[in-house]
Design a protein around this ligand. Structure first.
Ligand SMILES: Cc1ncc(COP(=O)(O)O)c(C=O)c1O
Length: 343
């Protein structure tokens, strides 16, 4: 809760860096990363390559940039990516891969985060001059908070291997999935050729993401990052925050997951509210019942008037996200205020 008692549940991107993270940023050893000379960026990249068990990693400005350089590195003009119709890359990244890379995006249904493997197989183009060349499958974990198991990712990978395709994982919140299943990151990344991880969501850094993959993939990604204007100089200031986050902010995600469970259980006890999805990891989706006389927009507005900030995900409901800075007493207070709105 801020000084003004606002409880901000819009996203885990609103998290503020804790004081020791800021100190680590202040004290970071720096150099020019475009020359490959920033020791803190280099240390972060090596650390993530180890954690994901990939050859190498590359620090990028954002999740969108990480996914974009990955798509551009795997595919060329006229190639095609198969991905979920509800995926972040398909819906929230301006179709950057097609705008900038001439890559077509073929979407298949993924209403619960997973594709039906039969649909996935059918969407792969045979070698035919009428058709685009299917090159890449993109998956997302977590998806709207829902964690996908390493087993599912391995099934996708097996299908990809049989068709000579690569797999990219949008792991903006893979840390949440790993904590949920209590499995190391590498259990998930073993099933994919490349991964994008965000530090500025649940791990609370001010900015920054990273991609990891083979040496060949990373050298292509480095070229694309530069072309996109993402060659940052003393980026070690941000990389230091990411190193701090990897060492200190992963385990505490359990607290966010427990708070989301608590929130969902308490919301479902409030008259005129129904939980429509979740809790899964750190997200809960809910909406007012028809008997409430309110629609989603009404409820979001009324909650905002009471200092509770949420968002609407069109295909799901009102979204509440738990994160660093939101503690159990904030959730209890939010429930109290929502209860009054609905009484
Ligand atoms: C699943 C997913 N992928 C990618 C991104 C993009 O990250 P960024 O906002 O850092 O560009 C987001 C952002 O919310 C996301 O939720």
């Amino acid at each position: 809760m801020g000084q003004d008692s606002t409880i901000d549940l819009r996203s885990d991107t609103v998290t503020l860096a804790p004081e020791p993270m800021r100190r680590a940023m202040y004290e970071a050893a720096l150099g020019d990363d475009v020359y490959g000379e920033d020791p803190t960026v280099n240390a972060l990249q090596e650390k993530v390559a180890q954690l994901t068990e990939k050859d190498a990693a590359l620090f990028v400005a954002s999740g969108t940039m990480g996914n974009l350089v990955a798509c551009l590195s795997h595919c060329g003009r006229g190639d095609e990516i198969i991905l979920g119709d509800q995926s972040h890359i398909a819906r929230w990244e301006q179709g950057g891969a097609s705008t900038l890379g001439g890559i077509s995006l073929r979407t298949i249904k993924n209403e619960d985060g997973m594709f039906d493997l039969g649909d996935l197989k059918k969407a792969i183009n045979e070698d035919d001059p009428h058709r685009t060349v299917t090159k890449l499958i993109a998956v997302e974990n977590t998806w709207n908070g829902m964690p996908l198991t390493p087993h599912y990712l391995h099934q996708v990978k097996e299908l990809a291997l049989n068709h000579n395709l690569s797999v990219h994982l949008d792991g903006a919140r893979l840390f949440n999935a790993a904590r949920h299943f209590k499995r190391p990151l590498s259990d998930f990344t073993a099933a994919v050729d490349s991964v994008q991880l965000c530090f500025a969501k649940g791990l609370s850094t001010p900015a920054g993401s990273i991609v990891a993959g083979s040496h060949e993939f990373i050298s292509k990604a480095r070229r694309w990052r530069k072309a996109l204007g993402g060659g940052m100089r003393q980026a070690g200031v941000l990389a230091a925050a990411a190193i701090y986050a990897l060492d200190n902010m992963q385990e505490r995600l359990d607290e966010d997951h427990e708070n989301a469970e608590f929130l969902a259980a308490a919301l479902s006890q409030i008259p005129f509210i129904k939980v429509v999805f979740g809790p899964c990891t750190n997200m809960v989706f809910f909406e007012p019942t028809t008997e409430s006389g309110m629609d989603r927009e009404d409820l979001v507005r009324k909650m905002k008037d009471q200092g509770i900030l949420t968002g609407i995900e069109k295909n799901k409901g009102i979204r509440a996200v738990t994160h660093f800075g939101i503690e159990r007493h904030h959730i209890e207070e939010a429930i109290k205020r929502i209860g009054l709105i609905c009484s």
